[in-house]
Design a protein around this ligand. Structure first.
Ligand code: SF4
Ligand code: SF4
Ligand code: FES
Length: 258
């Protein structure tokens, strides 16, 4: 016996000039995810519906959207988490400008990515001579699981409803990148004159983050963004500010420049 049923979907349609929610009844089969239903909607009722996706396996980070108001991957959201009577509302990511329907322009994130200086290799070691403890490898590997879905960036209240904060705030994904590099035992940024702790505060807006952990809650890779990246980075930046050697150095610099 077929276990198919018809679900009530409400999907946002429109572009940068505006749009609205449209209602559809779409067939659902056992084991399907929201992306399957959006594809069926395209195939049967809305052939021009714009949606971005690639892997359908939770690995490319393309199919990010908001499902019943929560930032999620469409390909990893099973229909079985909703009751059959429930209306499933699918809207584009709210923090980024709409291109069309469910597709947003996530260029903000690429701009922020370019603003984080890359790993600085240690001058005294050649590639192949690098040695790290397993603990340091594990820390980096957790952050490297990021699939760049930008759900954390979308959910963060600092930019979600505050377009004006975007120039000054890199967002959790890129503050995590700064944290990863700052905690990397082989990163020679400081020796080359780049203080990542200071730039985290002054250029990437670490101070805007009030560790609400909303970014961590939506991360499909289960990365503990707040506990393992943002809070340690804040602690390191604070240590740096109150480090007596740094304090004395700043004081001497201020005197000699006056
Ligand atoms: S913990 Fe910080 S970065 Fe994450 S959502 Fe909250 S304010 Fe944004
Ligand atoms: S940290 Fe998690 S939520 Fe943020 S972009 Fe990476 S995978 Fe997505
Ligand atoms: S389609 Fe690749 S993460 Fe959903």
């Amino acid at each position: 016996m077929s276990d198919a049923y018809r679900a009530h979907f409400r999907v946002w349609r429109g572009d940068q000039d505006g749009g609205d929610l449209r209602d559809f009844e779409v067939e659902v089969h056992e084991g399907e995810v929201v992306l399957d239903i959006v594809h069926r909607l395209q195939a049967t009722q809305a052939p021009d519906l714009a949606v971005r996706w690639n892997c359908k396996a939770g690995k490319c980070g393309s199919c990010s959207a908001e499902i019943n108001g929560r930032p999620r991957l469409m390909c990893m959201t099973r229909m079985s988490v909703f009751t059959r009577e429930e209306t499933v509302t699918v809207t584009p990511l709210r923090a980024f400008p709409v291109v069309r329907d469910l597709v947003t322009d996530v260029g903000f994130n690429y701009t922020k990515a370019r603003q984080v200086p890359a790993f600085v290799p240690p001058a005294e070691l050649a590639p192949g001579e690098y040695r790290m403890t397993q603990e340091d490898v594990d820390r980096s590997q957790e952050f490297r699981k990021c699939i760049e879905c930008f759900l954390c960036q979308d959910t963060c209240h600092v930019v979600r409803d505050h377009e004006e904060n975007k120039p000054a705030f890199a967002g959790p994904r890129f503050l995590m990148r700064v944290a990863e590099l700052d905690m990397h035992p082989l990163d020679a940024a400081e020796a080359s004159g780049l203080d990542r702790k200071t730039t985290a505060q002054d250029e990437h807006g670490l101070g805007y983050c009030n560790i609400t952990k909303c970014c961590t809650e939506v991360c499909p890779e289960g990365i503990k963004i707040t506990d393992n990246a943002l809070i340690p980075l804040k602690e390191r930046a604070a240590d740096r500010k109150y480090d007596p050697v740094v304090w004395l150095g700043n004081k001497i610099r201020r005197r000699s420049s006056s």
